[in-house]
Design a protein around this ligand. Structure first.
Ligand SMILES: C[S@@+](CC[C@H](N)C(=O)[O-])C[C@H]1O[C@@H](n2cnc3c(N)ncnc32)[C@H](O)[C@@H]1O
Length: 194
């Protein structure tokens, strides 16, 4: 069945090509990392972040089983500017955020509004001129605060710097996840004239 996460995977499939560099800002069980690593292939680069070793271990096992590689860091995504190698700065074609907590794990270990917004700002600095940031937001208590902060942050970006789309499910209750997709503008003025 179509889901918010599979919707994001469609966007990534339409965007990434072999050899690209991509970041999974919330590795979790590694499902998004696996998609990114498969799309960029052996000539590409994937870097992942999570604060929980258990998540990185699950993801590393999935990658190994699929014969794919990614460099996984146990640290908060808000540190990505310091951790991502200089050579990748300005060359990252996609950054994915799948917010919240690790399913089946401690719900208190969750992404937080302030660090998430800091990480999205860092991700924007790492993006290639035609790069893409995707964010899946959930609506548990901290999730709703986070969703509001993420929306406000994207809404404040001047249009010439890129376009942000918000996608939400209109035939579910108000707890359904919300997706943001920010596309940096390669030729900002041309895009606005189209
Ligand atoms: C919803 S899960 C991610 C799901 C994952 N992308 C997948 O494909 O399975 C959210 C993850 O964010 C992690 N997380 C929480 N705070 C974080 C932070 N500051 N930086 C990076 N990851 C964080 C959690 O440990 C959790 O594993």
């Amino acid at each position: 069945m179509y889901s918010p996460v599979s919707y994001v995977h469609h966007l990534l499939r339409a965007h990434l090509v072999p050899g690209d560099a991509a970041i999974d800002a919330t590795v979790g069980n590694g499902n998004d990392t696996l998609v990114l690593a498969g799309l960029v292939g052996p000539s590409g680069t994937v870097v992942g972040f999570d604060v929980q070793q258990v998540a990185l271990d699950v993801a590393a096992a999935k990658l190994a089983k699929a014969g794919l590689t990614a460099t996984l860091h146990r640290c908060g995504h808000e540190s990505m500017l310091d951790v991502i190698p200089r050579a990748m700065h300005g060359n990252v074609r996609a950054v994915t955020f799948n917010l919240g907590y690790l399913p089946g794990s401690d719900h208190a270990i969750t992404t937080m509004a302030s660090t998430t917004v800091a990480a999205i700002n860092a991700a924007r600095q790492l993006l290639a001129p035609d790069g893409l940031i995707t964010v899946v937001c959930y609506r548990h208590d901290e999730g709703q605060r986070e969703l509001d902060a993420v929306r406000a942050s994207f809404a404040s970006i001047p249009p010439p710097q890129g376009l942000c789309m918000e996608t939400r499910c209109i035939n579910r209750d108000g707890s359904a996840p919300v997706i943001f997709a920010f596309a940096a503008a390669e030729e900002p003025l041309d895009i606005l004239r189209r």
